[in-house]
Design a protein. Structure first.
Length: 286
């Protein structure tokens, strides 16, 4: 078979960007997270705000009791075509109990608005948080952004936003980032089966590959992946971490021992978990 990227033929590359091939318990884990999120939502009753003009552009804020609290904005995954904000409440109590607000934006799918439309929405969500933090007793000077899977890609694009040029905001409004099992250089993704529903072109590949724009990054970033993530998601994380290290922006590269792609985010839901501890330390709340 002809090689299409590195040592991958087309079938192998497609498989490397399909997490179902590497996580046989995917549905079980997603159902477990959804149940945990429903329970947390019942206890915490988040406030909902519109951050943009379309119906989907809303975000949930899980409030801490701490005044002028730091803010963690978390972007969900779903291969750019699935997932939802409601199912990301599972980690909210870890952060509210530690003294931070947990904010989860909803956004459109890639089929509805394209990849650049998704990036524009999540950037708009973070800009809204910076401009309106005082309305929910948040500190606009302590905003952190994280994401998992395709949400990790979106979070990385938020981290390299031109905040001055696009929003008239200070260049360092985001103080730190968490990118979990994401994609940071879209070349291989464009060559994979994901191009069947993502409309890639040269502009999209370059502009929305955050690894190519680290000159715009001002914050430290924690990169993480699971030991049982697909090989391409592992490679993407390692190469992104290497680029961040060369740019003096890498806070740490974490590997979830024994964990697959869908199990990794669950460690956010424990203050002593791999990701929970790393983010609380990043936010200086540990």
């Amino acid at each position: 078979m002809a090689k299409v990227f590195l040592d991958y033929d087309q079938a192998a590359l497609d498989r490397a960007y399909d997490q179902t091939a590497w996580a046989p318990n995917m549905q079980e884990v997603l159902q477990r997270r959804a149940a945990a999120s429903a329970a947390v939502r019942a206890r915490l009753a988040p406030r909902s705000f519109a951050y943009g003009p379309t119906e989907v552009e809303r975000l949930d804020v899980y409030l801490t009791t701490r005044p002028s609290a730091p803010i963690m904005v978390f972007l969900h995954g779903g291969a750019w075509r699935g997932g939802d904000a409601r199912a990301q409440a599972y980690a909210a109590e870890t952060f509210t109990q530690a003294g931070a607000h947990w904010v989860v934006p909803e956004f459109a799918t890639v089929m509805d608005v394209g990849l650049d439309g998704m990036v524009a929405q999540v950037r708009r969500a973070v800009a809204w948080v910076a401009q309106h933090a005082a309305s929910f007793a948040g500190d606009p000077g302590r905003i952190y952004v994280g994401g998992h899977s395709s949400g990790g890609h979106l979070a990385a694009n938020v981290l390299v936003t031109d905040w001055v040029g696009e929003f008239g905001l200070p260049p360092d409004i985001v103080k730190g980032g968490l990118c979990v099992s994401g994609m940071y250089d879209l070349r291989a993704v464009r060559l994979s089966a994901r191009s069947s529903y993502v409309k890639f072109d040269d502009r999209i590949e370059h502009e929305l590959s955050p690894q190519h724009h680290l000159d715009r990054l001002s914050a430290p970033v924690v990169v993480a992946y699971g030991e049982h993530d697909s090989p391409e998601f592992q490679r993407q994380a390692r190469e992104f971490a290497g680029a961040l290290q060369r740019a003096d922006r890498l806070r740490g590269l974490l590997v979830g021992a024994g964990l697959n792609h869908f199990e990794m985010p669950e460690t956010l839901a424990r203050a002593g978990g791999l990701l929970g501890r790393a983010v609380l330390e990043l936010m200086r709340l540990a």
